[in-house]
Design a protein around this ligand. Structure first.
Ligand SMILES: Cc1cc2nc3c(=O)[nH]c(=O)nc-3n(C[C@H](O)[C@H](O)[C@H](O)COP(=O)(O)OP(=O)(O)OC[C@H]3O[C@@H](n4cnc5c(N)ncnc54)[C@H](O)[C@@H]3O)c2cc1C
Length: 367
């Protein structure tokens, strides 16, 4: 269920082992959250910027075998009044800010390890009150629509850093790139051996009609949707993107992504996907997207400090495990209620498929 990267990778791997695979997708297109569109030859991503980065050599080998990836090292800037600084922040650039004297004092008295009580304590103890106030507090309120102290420190652990090494790329993974023909090329290649049914939403009530008893089903939808909200809805935060084509410029931003922590700016960041393809940098025309928070879409699971959302997800997982007619395997960002990158989505799809392959060969051995 689901033709995003997780479902597509599972389909690919199952087909490599001789399985006949059917994929049911509720949307009218494949790709899920990963989607590239082109306007006058310029790429943009209406669901948000996607950069492929991984240390998983097998996943990188698979995706770059199926689609031509070009080298791209991702950079992000943050706008603080008239300054465009690197993100993650670099200590050497902070002296540009009017608040440099306070910042310096605060940096000199930070604790040896960040305080992981919640998102806010983590960030304040990592960079001091002034930088936190300038760069993070309002951005986080905009992005999550809630006070930062109600978010778990785990949200910050992967996203917030203060660097002092002059390394300006966002990611440190050995394999990084962008698919030269966009992400549909990759997803379609993974799905090449499968039958695909578009426009079909599947819930637990449909399984008996779609699968024979015992047939394994990989579930990549959210489990609250799958169980028709039986135990109540899971909490998600979504974003909405507005794209603008600018015809008389080649590139308009200093980097693909510019974060906007200023509370008077209603969007959280702007994205210029064209940065990913160096071959287009001299072409006129570019697309800039503004990302607005608070859309009714399932993009980010909300890791609340109290753990309420995780407990509901665990209850849904127990319901899934108790379903006896078919083995139901949750995989991917929606079904596991977790923020995962694309490489992890592909990895989870491969592992779900391998689990099925292993279970079938055990059955054959016993017979
Ligand atoms: C704003 C944003 C930016 C991101 N940027 C990056 C990045 O730069 N780099 C990176 O590596 N990762 C990034 N990610 C993460 C990346 O989007 C995910 O890892 C990836 O999309 C997960 O794929 P998936 O198949 O698990 O989920 P999805 O892409 O959501 O696919 C699930 C599919 O299942 C379908 N479906 C759902 N319910 C049903 C149902 N009941 N019946 C049938 N079909 C159903 C959906 O329509 C969808 O097509 C980003 C995520 C967000 C939110």
């Amino acid at each position: 269920m689901g033709a995003g990267l997780t479902g597509a990778a599972a389909a690919w791997e199952l087909a490599q082992h001789g399985f006949k695979v059917r994929v049911y997708e509720q949307a009218d297109v494949v790709g899920g959250h990963v989607r590239t569109e082109w306007l006058r030859g310029i790429p943009y991503e209406p669901h948000g910027a996607h950069i492929f980065h991984t240390h998983d050599a097998e996943v990188w080998q698979l995706v770059s075998q199926l689609s031509d990836f070009v080298p791209y090292r991702h950079r992000v800037a943050i706008r603080i009044r008239s300054h465009e600084l690197s993100w993650p922040l670099q200590r050497a650039e902070l002296s540009q800010l009017d608040e440099w004297a306070e910042i310096q004092q605060e940096l000199a008295s930070l604790p040896p390890h960040p305080d992981s009580a919640n998102f806010e304590t983590y960030c304040r103890s990592l960079m001091g009150e002034t930088l936190y106030g300038l760069c993070i507090r309002n951005y986080t309120r905009k992005q999550w629509g809630r006070d930062p102290e109600t978010l778990s420190a785990s949200v910050a652990a992967n996203r917030v850093e203060l660097r002092n090494d002059g390394y300006l790329d966002l990611f440190r993974d050995p394999y990084q790139g962008w698919p030269d023909r966009g992400y549909a090329d990759l997803v379609e290649a993974l799905l090449e051996p499968a039958e695909i049914q578009l426009g079909q939403q599947v819930t637990h009530e449909d399984i008996a009609d779609l699968a024979l008893p015992g047939e394994p089903v990989v579930i990549t939808s959210a489990l609250d949707d799958f169980f028709s909200l039986d135990l109540g809805p899971l909490d998600w935060r979504g974003v909405r993107l507005e794209s603008q084509f600018i015809s008389d410029a080649k590139l308009v931003q200093p980097a693909m992504v510019v974060n906007e922590p200023d509370v008077s700016v209603p969007w959280t960041r702007t994205i210029e996907t064209k940065w990913a393809l160096a071959r287009l940098h001299d072409t006129k025309g570019t697309v800039v997207m503004r990302e607005y928070p608070g859309a009714a879409a399932k993009h980010y699971p909300v890791p609340d400090t109290a753990g309420v959302n995780r407990a509901l997800q665990t209850a849904y997982e127990a319901k899934l495990a108790a379903y006896s007619r078919n083995p139901l395997m949750p995989a991917g960002r929606l079904a596991t209620y977790s923020y995962i990158n694309m490489d992890q989505a592909v990895r989870q799809g491969l592992e779900a498929a391998r689990h099925i392959v292993g279970a079938q060969s055990n059955l054959r051995d016993k017979a």
